[in-house]
Design a protein around this ligand. Structure first.
Ligand code: ADP
Ligand code: MG
Length: 231
């Protein structure tokens, strides 16, 4: 459970988040949309303590993020924009194992998590592949596997479709749908709602640092919100 209460964030004089309040329940599939610069990335970076609030607070599973950074980071698996920048190893299995290794888990547990995470993103058997040889869609799915190996309560993806062609985009969407069906909580940050809205329980729209919509998704009424409506 993620609870955001009256959260404000400033970069210098500029107000990027203006008293945002939302909660995200376990099991929910939420699409967080809004035009460029509306504060989406700033908001999700608060969920694992990468930024400090100027006002308000974020609770993850009832605990303030700033009081227990480790708890927040274990509970929220974050897949940042441009996953390429986030890989820490040259090989697929080593990259997925990195997080669990840092948790100090036993080898068998690490191996189990790597296998499960790769299976969840349809990369079974690709353990020894070099990451640089993977396609864009495969790299995005690998980044998701890395987050899943931490067995987080919520999986948060910031613009996961950027730079993906239609086929790769479909493969990522397909995996997100399966994960959600199997009980993983998913938050997708995107300005492009094609095909993703039909998977969502809820659509939250930010504009100029404020929540301007928070409701079950419908394909109507998105005009003027700076988001690309579903086909
Ligand atoms: P979004 O992810 O919706 O595109 P961001 O959260 O990245 O929005 O940005 C919200 C606002 O904060 C924008 O006006 C952006 O220019 C500004 N901003 C974001 N990051 C920084 C930063 N590191 N320094 C200064 N301003 C920033
Ligand atoms: Mg962003």
């Amino acid at each position: 459970m993620i609870e955001v209460r009256g959260l404000s964030h400033r970069y210098g004089e500029a107000l990027a988040l203006d008293s945002v309040s939302i909660s995200i329940a376990d099991g929910e599939f939420v699409v967080l949309a809004g035009p460029n610069g509306s504060g989406k990335t700033t908001l999700v970076r608060h969920w694992n303590g990468l930024l400090d609030p100027d006002a308000g607070e974020v609770l993850v599973n009832g605990l303030a993020v700033e009081e227990d950074l480790v708890a927040a980071r274990s509970a929220i698996g974050m897949v940042f924009q441009n996953p390429r920048d986030g890989f820490v190893a040259a090989r697929v299995d080593a990259d997925v194992a990195f997080g669990p290794e840092n948790l100090g888990l036993a080898r068998e547990e690490i191996d189990r998590r790597v296998e499960e995470a790769l299976a969840a993103v349809n990369l079974t058997g690709r353990n020894e592949d070099r990451i640089e040889t993977l396609s864009g869609g495969e790299q995005e799915r690998l980044a998701i596997a890395g987050a899943l190996a931490m067995e987080p309560d919520h999986l948060v993806l910031d613009e996961p479709f950027t730079g993906l062609d239609a086929f790769a985009r479909e493969s990522v969407l397909d995996r997100l749908e399966a994960l959600s069906r199997e009980g993983t909580s998913v938050v997708v940050v995107t300005h492009d709602l094609r095909d993703v809205l039909e998977l969502a329980d809820r659509l939250v729209v930010l504009s100029s640092g404020r929540v301007v919509r928070d409701e079950p998704p419908e394909s109507v009424g998105l005009e003027g919100l700076g988001v690309r409506p579903p086909c």
